[in-house]
Design a protein around this ligand. Structure first.
Ligand SMILES: Cc1ncc(COP(=O)(O)O)c(C=O)c1O
Length: 486
């Protein structure tokens, strides 16, 4: 047991740490959004050798402000518009504290029945909240990348008659996979890791709204079959990372059914918006999916990491991953879920606790109100951008993402990419806000993702003013009277 002194010190420091956390969340706006340090700055503050003697908790905690905070990019800052959000929230932080203190490793039912049973129930709550079909079984993975890899591995095993794990892929026909040209890089990464080869992933062209073209998918599948390959999986995306494209699940699902192909739906970002009945248009055809991934750790106020992975046929997933050494056998094994069989790692954190806290604390109503606000703010910004002649709205708002670029008249269009990169760097170097870039139709564009829990209209207005002012300072521009300035 810990000594009384140790526990009393822990109690004191923990109280102080909670004070720090509350102050941090309340005062996050005083920090620059993106860390303003140079490579090596933080490492230079750390001794090269580990400590020989122990230090007090108080001394270590003091280094949070001295060493750690200068090197933190503040994802909880309401001026954070980069990537997608990774929101935390008071209920989520509290749950993580309990998870850390309890310190359970929840690989199988027996190693913490509460973790398994809460995970099962809470993922079914989330399924209902998202309006996903019944008959889907949920498991929490660390990331969408891991869920997509699990889907690729399951599809590989299914297409190879479950011989890949046992005998390797040497004897199997070449397995091919399909996703849109806009799909997330995790699909390609998964193909490499699964041993299927990145070259066997077909990137299907998209239409004007960045959605996969079903006819091109059908043609690619036919071509592969004619060449002796076996199509194993299609990964359809709801909400592509760069350009918010939504692949049409109904025709894609029909193609998959016709050819016996596994259909995985990557709704990592946009899936959270399914809590809004008015956004369920994107889910038409979801009943045709073999698996789906949605990330509560993006827009559902559950701190990283927590990725909800739903499968129609848990038996196929389990057959792909299970392996039973003597030391993992339990007497109730046939009557319970052992989630270690549902993914890659053996060990598992008690992630369901934070999702349980979040869903209970906000309720469906609270989640919907916050997501609706983010979508409305994005629409408002799009209207402002569209009204500005020197800016172009390249990807109109879908949910809470839009992309635009600065393209002042009188500047050679060939210079637009470099100009927008300079604009992005200047904005992020200012520390006032944080944006990222992508390519749309070949052009470098700035992405704005509005989803940080506490982002309000005033923050978006401030961001837009900073973007316009910085752009004007950067190059030869129109002034307010329409004249050219050097
Ligand atoms: C559409 C999509 N899929 C997958 C991912 C990867 O998510 P994760 O970091 O959970 O692996 C992202 C990340 O933004 C994404 O936008």
């Amino acid at each position: 047991m810990p000594t009384t002194t140790e526990i009393e010190d822990f109690r004191r420091q923990a109280h102080a740490a909670v004070e720090w956390m509350a102050d941090y969340l309340a005062g996050v706006e005083r920090y620059p959004v993106r860390a303003q340090v140079a490579p090596g700055d933080i490492a230079a503050r750390l001794p090269a050798a580990p400590p020989e003697t122990g230090e007090t908790l108080a001394a270590i905690i003091a280094d949070i402000d001295r060493i750690v905070m200068p090197g933190i990019t503040h994802w909880q800052h309401p001026m954070f518009f980069a990537y997608f959000p990774a929101n935390t929230s008071p209920p989520s932080v509290l749950a993580e504290m309990f998870t850390a203190a309890i310190g359970a490793q929840c690989m199988i039912w027996q190693t913490s029945p509460a973790a398994t049973e809460i995970e099962t129930r809470v993922l079914d709550w989330l399924r209902q909240l998202l309006g996903l079909p019944e008959g889907l079984h949920g498991v929490i993975q660390d990331t969408a990348s891991a869920a997509t890899l699990a889907a690729i591995l399951t599809a590989r095993e299914r297409a190879s008659g479950f011989s890949g794990n046992r005998a390797g892929l040497g004897a199997a026909p070449r397995l091919t996979a399909y996703c849109s040209a806009e799909a997330h890089s995790s699909v390609e990464k998964g193909m490499g890791i699964a041993g299927l080869g990145r070259e066997n992933l077909r990137r299907i062209p998209v239409d004007g709204r960045f959605a996969l073209r079903p006819a091109a998918l059908e043609a690619a599948i036919a071509k592969d079959i004619a060449a002796g390959a076996r199509p194993a999986i299609v990964v359809a995306t709801l909400g592509t990372t760069g350009t918010s494209g939504f692949d049409p699940l109904v025709p894609i699902g029909a193609i998959c059914q016709r050819h016996g192909i596994f259909l995985h739906v990557d709704a990592a970002w946009a899936g959270s918006a399914l809590v809004l009945p008015e956004q369920r248009w994107m889910a038409e055809g979801m009943g045709l999916a073999d698996s789906i991934v949605v990330n509560p750790h993006k827009c559902l106020f559950t701190n990283f990491d927590c990725s909800a992975h739903y499968v129609r046929d848990p038996a196929a997933l389990i057959r792909t991953f299970t392996i039973l050494p003597e030391y993992l056998k339990t007497r109730e094994r046939d009557r319970v879920i052992d989630y270690r069989d549902w993914g890659i790692p053996l060990g598992r954190r008690f992630r369901a606790l934070k999702l349980w806290f979040v869903l209970r604390h906000y309720g469906a109503e609270g989640l919907r109100a916050r997501l609706r606000r983010h979508i409305a703010l994005t629409q408002g910004l799009a209207t402002d951008i569209a009204a500005e002649p020197d800016f172009e709205l390249v990807v109109p708002p879908r949910l809470s993402l839009l992309c635009f670029r600065y393209r002042p008249a009188g500047v050679d269009p060939a210079a637009f990419d470099a100009l927008n990169q300079r604009l992005l760097d200047a904005l992020n170097d200012s520390g006032a806000l944080y944006l990222t870039q992508t390519r749309a139709n070949g052009a470098l564009v700035l992405r704005v993702s509005i989803g940080q829990t506490y982002t309000e209209a005033a923050h978006v207005a401030r961001a837009w003013a900073a973007i316009r002012d910085t752009a004007r300072r950067l190059s030869v521009l129109r002034d307010d009277h329409g004249e050219r300035k050097a």
